[in-house]
Design a binder for this molecule. Structure first.
Ligand code: SF4
Length: 423
């Protein structure tokens, strides 16, 4: 990886890479829905693809300036899709262990729209047994009644997309909210009594300096969230920043990777000094005994994930899949009573081992005995040369009994993971 933050994406979200997923695998995915389930845990992900404004670094499938009638139509499609999947043998009757409302901006929906959506979903799926129901929020979309409604609708974990506290930085990156909205929203969130609260930050946004980053970290500490997630700014190709740069010929002024790592390193130290513990290369938690990441942990350990919504990613009975990525294709399929699966992949057993190895390493310590038991392969032997190289480069503390990354390794974990990929 070059030091400069060049266009491209280094973040490893899944394995095998999305580039290998294909439409030819759709019949296998549909067959998996119609087959009996495995014994894996199961979760539910709902994609709400609306945003007030497109952030300049965003590469997700999101829609802005959407008419209320389209929001309503989409919500009804989510409920209809939930009914379609809930009737399939692989899903029917299985209690969801976790639920995640992501986007986009789920909090873009009004109280009435949210209530109608949850009512519609509950006609076929419930989450009474869920250990965690996460709801992502953009500060400027919240109101006190909406925050109270979210708690009443069963959300247990609120994740607030703060990203930065400097209004100049927020504006330069095209965020829709400003810092005053963060503080106002936080008061309502605290008053509503969610069992768990998370704040998202991004280190190295355009216009960031070490001073503005320090202030962002200090002000985040003042919030006292149960967990804090820190991403390092990337410049995926399909973003306003990169498109503008390619049109205009100038680079995007984002701090280089060593600088961003140094900033996150500094933030980790500040959070540790304030009593937080490191929970992965991106997360800090205030009380590890109480605050869990059920969505992350179960998903990374191979749970099923039923994906609802346009462009949503799911995993069922060992197969990866993604829903139709365009509005008309997604709605057309669901409204015609069809599952909107558009591509998929059936990984080999070894590829699933690689997936759980690389995702597990993002937590900083690999649970070798779990993988050995599940896959009948010893990751220590399988990647003996890779572990040795990581130890020699100072990215790994050691491998006994489990491989443990150093802070340096943890802060650049996504850069280290491709060495485990199949060649
Ligand atoms: S709020 Fe999130 S999903 Fe929406 S445009 Fe910004 S980064 Fe993308």
């Amino acid at each position: 990886m070059p030091d400069a933050t060049e266009p491209g994406s280094y973040f490893v979200a899944n394995y095998p890479p999305f580039s290998r997923w294909n439409a030819g695998a759709v019949p296998e995915v549909l067959a998996a829905f119609d087959a009996p389930p495995t014994t894996a845990a199961i979760g539910l992900y709902l994609h709400v693809p609306f945003c007030r404004k497109r952030c300049k670094f965003c590469y997700f499938r999101v829609y802005t300036d959407v008419a209320a009638a389209d929001v309503e139509r989409y919500s009804q499609a989510l409920s209809a899709e939930a009914a379609l999947v809930a009737a399939r043998p692989a899903v029917a009757g299985r209690p969801f262990r976790y639920v995640y409302f992501g986007g986009g901006t789920p909090s873009f929906l009004s109280v009435k729209q949210l209530e109608r959506l949850v009512d519609g979903l509950h006609a076929s799926v419930g989450w009474d047994a869920a250990e965690e129901v996460t709801f992502e929020c953009e500060p400027g979309t919240l109101s006190e009644p909406k925050v109270r409604a979210l708690r009443a609708l069963g959300m247990t974990r609120i994740s607030l997309g703060v990203e930065n506290f400097s209004d100049d930085v927020l504006e330069a990156n095209g965020r829709a909210h400003l810092s005053a909205e963060i503080l106002r929203a936080w008061e309502w969130i605290q008053a509503a009594g969610f069992p768990s609260t998370n704040v998202d930050l991004i280190a190295g946004m355009v216009g960031e300096t070490f001073e503005s980053w320090q202030q962002t970290v200090e002000r985040t500490l003042d919030l006292g969230a149960d967990s804090v997630t820190i991403y390092q700014m990337e410049l995926p190709f399909n973003t306003v920043f990169v498109r503008d740069a390619l049109d205009g010929g100038d680079g995007v002024p984002v701090a280089d990777w060593p600088t961003k790592r140094a900033w996150v390193d500094w933030a980790f130290d500040r959070f540790l000094a304030a009593g937080y513990a490191i929970s992965s290369g991106y997360t800090l938690v205030r009380d590890p005994q109480r605050v869990q990441f059920r969505y992350r942990d179960m998903l990374w350990e191979g749970s099923d994930l039923v994906a609802l919504g346009v462009a949503s990613f799911g995993h069922l009975s060992g197969l990866h899949y993604q829903n139709a990525t365009h509005w008309d294709d997604y709605l057309g399929a669901v409204e015609a009573g069809r599952l909107p699966v558009a591509r998929g992949l059936e990984p080999t057993r070894r590829e699933l081992l690689i997936r759980e190895t690389v995702l597990g390493l993002k937590r900083g310590r690999l649970d070798v005995s779990r993988l050995r038991e599940k896959f009948g392969i010893d990751p220590l032997e399988e990647w003996a040369a890779e572990w040795r190289a990581l130890e020699a480069s100072g990215d790994l503390l050691g491998v006994e009994p489990d491989p443990v990354l150093t802070r340096q390794g943890l802060l650049r974990v996504d850069e280290l993971l491709p060495r485990f990929f199949a060649r």
